[in-house]
Each structure stands twice: as structure tokens, then as C-alpha cells.
Ligand binder design. Structure first.
Ligand SMILES: Cc1cc2nc3c(=O)[nH]c(=O)nc-3n(C[C@H](O)[C@H](O)[C@H](O)COP(=O)(O)OP(=O)(O)OC[C@H]3O[C@@H](n4cnc5c(N)ncnc54)[C@H](O)[C@@H]3O)c2cc1C
Length: 458
């Protein structure tokens, strides 16, 4: 028997990548859907901005085509022919060691000869396959996990800068189980990271994790999704209350000039943790714990896009960018070589760099005033890349709450999501506080939400 609410549309809250992906799948499955979005446009933190011949990303800069699903999704959305892959030189990633840029090794021979790790650290790696695995219920920090399996130098000069670049986070605080589930599972399934990685490389036929964007920047993806959803997306409409009543879901929202209450068959929440914590839930068992999600740490990050005349930069910028180990005690988390990654980011004869400041390591630096941050960035770029003279273009973007930190004990937050869902079929949660922080994770999260709402799984 059809439920009394089955003729009602489904509601998606949030038109970031997660919510738009969920709504797009629902529309393809023939389900009527309404997307509520507080901001005036689509994309959430994804925003690519043209200013003359400069093109800069104020939020995420790159997407990883790590799975066949991501590639198929981009094709299905109609953006396959717009995708631009980062050139081969993007494989070149620099780490700063003793104040100098050292290229990360990309082959076994490169690993043996790299000055990045000492001979002792390299030899120590030979013992990794024989080190015992942690118990399945272990809750261990990324730092403890890496020191236990690979040794201290790999923490300091590989994992610490990587965690700084991806999470703007601190490996001593992040949980390996929740923050890096693939790494955690590699040890659990194969007893060794090296053995597991080799096995996976030999068996996986999927894409090799290429980095991509689009000619007008990453914003092309949310724009294309929103365009295909058309009037189903209501911009400038903030959801204030979600109420379960009479077998259906009532949503109260306030748009620019209107405030209305409507009924839906189900609700898919694709909101950042702090925004979800502020929504009022009525008649939803366990929802009184959702405000606890505001406790999830999101450090401040400021991203500084600078353009320079090519002649003013000594470094060849032949790579993806540089990452900064904390032990180097410098003031930036990393620098992307934006104009080397993708074409069309800087006018002829110029280069573009994106520098990240702050994160868990030094949140106070992200909060300095514009002039002080710019001075800091210019001093660091001068020391690291030999950048001279006045920049030709500058834009600074502040993220007071950048990226959720999957810290030790994060299972507590995941359990809140799961408990509320278990008590209220029809209400589902996705997004970067639950399903992982990368854009690829958010695409998968949106697909999962849509599948759950159409009875295809959880
Ligand atoms: C500076 C920065 C750099 C990053 N770099 C990368 C990168 O290079 N590669 C990568 O893969 N990932 C990167 N990430 C992570 C990734 O961009 C995010 O995790 C992802 O975009 C989150 O998408 P989302 O849809 O879950 O949430 P969001 O993008 O936050 O979207 C949520 C939406 O909900 C809306 N909303 C909030 N409250 C309400 C309400 N009450 N009613 C209605 N709407 C509401 C918001 O306006 C927003 O549009 C970066 C993130 C940041 C901040």
C-alpha cells in the first residue's frame, strides 16, 4: 500500500555539491524534489571567480577522479568534454625540508635516492609488513598509527604536511579510523600498508586518481547540476524547522520575502555541521542531540591567491605545489602552483599561486588582518619560491570554519546521525561532517542519500 505521503516531493536541504548531487539523482529517478538553499547561488563552498584574465578558486581547487563513479557522474552531468586534467608535471609535489623544496619521490628508484628521508628511515620501512596490526576496535590518532607502522620521519615529512594540506589538520588529533578510513582498512584487511597498497595496485582496474577541474573552474559542476534541476532549486531560502507530523515532513523556511511551511515525503539534509545544529527539529526522536554537532572542530583557514609576473618568480613552478611539514616551523600550510595545474588561470607572461594560512596548526594566523596576512604570504613566497616585487593580482578569501576535523572520538558524532535516522525513516543526513571531506566524498554522499530515499540502500 502506498504511504499517505508518497505523492509528496522529497526535500533536499543545502545546494552544495552533496545536496545538488542527491537532488540530481532523485530527478533522474523520476522523483519530484525541492532543494532549499540559503545562499543566492549553487555550490556551497565551491566558488570560482573570473577577474579579467585571472581565474581563482576561493574554496576547493582540485577534484580527484579516484573512482570510476566520479568519472561516470561527471560524464552523466554532461561535463565530460569540459573536464581538464592537470598536466603530467602535477605529479611533482614538493615538500619543504630544511627550508628547501624537495620533490616527493614518485618511483621506487626515486624513493631510494631521495634526500627527503634518511637511510635509517628508508631501511626501517622494510620491516613494515611484519609489524602487528592494531585491534579492529582501536581508536588511534593518525600520528600514532604512522609512527607505529612507518616511523617518525614519515610522520614529520610525509603525513604531517599531507594532513595539513588536506584537512588543515593535526595528525596527533585526527582519528585514523574516521579521518583516513582507507588507510585504516588497508592495515585491517592486509595487516600491512605496503602489502595492501601493492595488492590493490595489482587488482584495481579503475582510474588512477587523476586531478581535474574545468575551464571556468570547479564551479562548473554545481552550476550544471543546478541548471538541470531548474526551478526545483530555491535559492535564498533558509530552512529553520523540520517537523514530522501525520506521516509526512513539514519544512518551514524563510526566503527573501516569504515564510512558508510545506509538506514532503522525506528530507535529505546536506548541511555543514554547524548549520545542521541550528535547525529546529520537532517530533524527531534523538534530534535533541543534533546541536552537539556544533562541537565538531572546524579551524579557520585563509586562502590567498596572488598573481605575479613570470620573471618575478625564480622557481620553475613545475609541479602541483608545495606542502609544509610542521617541524619546519614556517607560517604557511602549503602553496598551490595554480597556473601550472590548469590553463587559463593567469594572463600571458604571468603565474598564479594559492597560499593557505592557518588551520589547526596556527588558526591565529588565519585571523590576522588582510595587510598582515599578505605581508606574511609575500615573505614566505619570497623565501620558498624566490618571488620578488609587487604581486600583479591579489585576492584573499577567509574561511572562519573551513573543514570538519574527524578527531579522536568522532564516532560519537557519527552515532548521533545514525541514531536519529534509525528513529525516523525518511530523514537522512549526508555531507562533509558525515561522509568525508573531499568533493569526491560529497558526490558519493549525495548518491548515497538519493539511493536511501528511493529505497535503494542506506
Ligand atoms: C578552503 C577549502 C578548500 C578545499 N579544498 C578542497 C579541494 O581542493 N578538493 C576537495 O576535494 N575538497 C576540498 N575542500 C572540501 C570540499 O570543498 C567540501 O567538503 C565540500 O565542498 C562540502 O560540500 P557540501 O555540499 O557537503 O557542503 P557545503 O558546500 O558547505 O554546502 C552546504 C550548503 O548548505 C547551505 N545551507 C546552510 N544552512 C542552510 C539552511 N538552514 N537552509 C538552507 N541551506 C542552508 C549553505 O549555504 C551551502 O550552500 C575544501 C574546502 C575548503 C573550505
Amino acid at each position: 500500500m502506498a504511504s499517505p505521503s508518497s505523492s509528496l516531493p522529497l526535500a533536499v536541504i543545502g545546494a552544495g555539491i552533496t545536496g545538488l548531487t542527491a537532488a540530481w539523482h532523485l530527478q533522474r529517478a523520476g522523483r519530484p524534489v525541492v532543494v532549499f538553499e540559503a545562499a543566492p547561488g549553487p555550490g556551497g563552498v565551491v566558488a570560482s571567480i573570473h577577474d579579467g584574465e585571472w581565474l581563482w578558486e576561493s574554496g576547493p581547487n582540485t577534484m580527484l577522479e579516484g573512482t570510476a563513479e566520479v568519472a561516470a557522474f561527471i560524464d552523466a552531468v554532461g561535463l565530460g568534454s569540459r573536464r581538464i586534467y592537470a598536466g603530467d608535471q602535477a605529479k611533482n609535489r614538493y615538500i619543504v625540508r630544511d627550508g628547501r623544496l624537495v620533490a616527493m619521490p614518485t618511483s621506487p628508484v626515486g624513493f631510494v635516492t631521495t634526500p627527503m628521508f634518511s637511510l635509517g628511515a628508508k631501511l626501517g620501512l622494510l620491516g613494515e609488513p611484519w609489524r602487528p596490526r592494531a585491534p579492529a576496535d582501536a581508536e588511534e590518532s593518525v600520528a600514532d598509527f604512522v609512527v607505529r607502522r612507518l616511523g617518525r620521519e614519515f610522520l614529520d615529512y610525509a603525513v604531517n604536511p599531507f594532513v595539513g594540506g588536506v584537512y588543515a589538520g593535526d595528525p596527533r588529533r585526527l582519528s585514523v579510523r574516521h579521518g583516513f578510513p582507507k588507510l585504516f582498512n588497508l592495515e585491517q584487511e592486509h595487516g600491512s600498508l605496503i602489502r595492501g597498497a601493492l595488492k590493490r595496485r595489482n587488482t584495481s582496474g579503475g582510474p588512477k586518481g587523476r586531478i581535474f577541474s574545468f575551464p571556468d573552474g570547479l564551479v562548473e559542476l554545481p552550476r550544471a547540476l543546478a541548471a538541470s534541476l531548474g526551478p526545483a532549486v530555491r535559492f535564498g531560502t533558509r530552512v529553520s524547522t523540520i517537523r514530522h507530523a501525520d506521516g509526512a515532513w513539514e519544512i518551514r523556511s524563510a526566503g527573501d520575502a516569504t515564510a512558508r511551511a510545506e509538506r514532503f515525503a522525506g528530507v535529505l539534509c546536506a548541511l555543514p555541521a554547524d548549520a545542521l545544529a541550528k535547525v529546529r527539529f520537532e517530533n524527531v526522536p534523538g534530534a535533541e542531540r543534533l546541536p552537539e554537532l556544533a562541537e565538531i572542530e572546524h579551524p579557520a583557514v585563509t586562502s590567498v591567491f596572488t598573481g605575479h609576473r613570470r620573471a618575478d618568480v625564480a622557481h620553475p613552478l613545475d609541479g602541483f605545489g608545495l606542502l609544509m611539514p610542521e617541524v619546519e616551523r614556517r607560517r604557511v600550510l602549503g602553496v598551490l602552483f595554480s597556473s601550472s595545474l590548469f590553463p587559463g588561470r593567469a594572463p600571458a607572461g604571468h603565474v598564479a599561486l594559492t597560499t593557505f594560512v592557518g588551520g589547526v596548526r596556527a588558526p591565529q594566523l588565519a585571523l590576522l588582518d588582510d595587510e598582515a596576512i599578505l605581508r606574511l604570504v609575500r615573505e614566505e613566497l619570497s623565501a620558498l619560491l624566490g618571488v620578488r616585487g609587487e604581486p600583479a593580482f591579489v585576492h584573499l578569501q577567509r574561511w572562519p570554519r573551513a573543514i570538519p576535523q574527524y578527531t579522536l572520538g568522532y564516532g560519537r558524532f557519527k552515532k548521533i546521525f545514525a541514531d536519529v535516522e534509525a528513529g525516523s525513516p525518511g530523514l537522512r543526513f549526508g555531507g562533509n561532517a558525515r561522509d568525508g571531506i573531499s568533493l569526491a566524498n560529497c558526490i558519493e554522499s549525495g548518491r548515497r542519500l538519493a539511493l536511501a530515499a528511493t529505497g535503494g540502500g542506506s
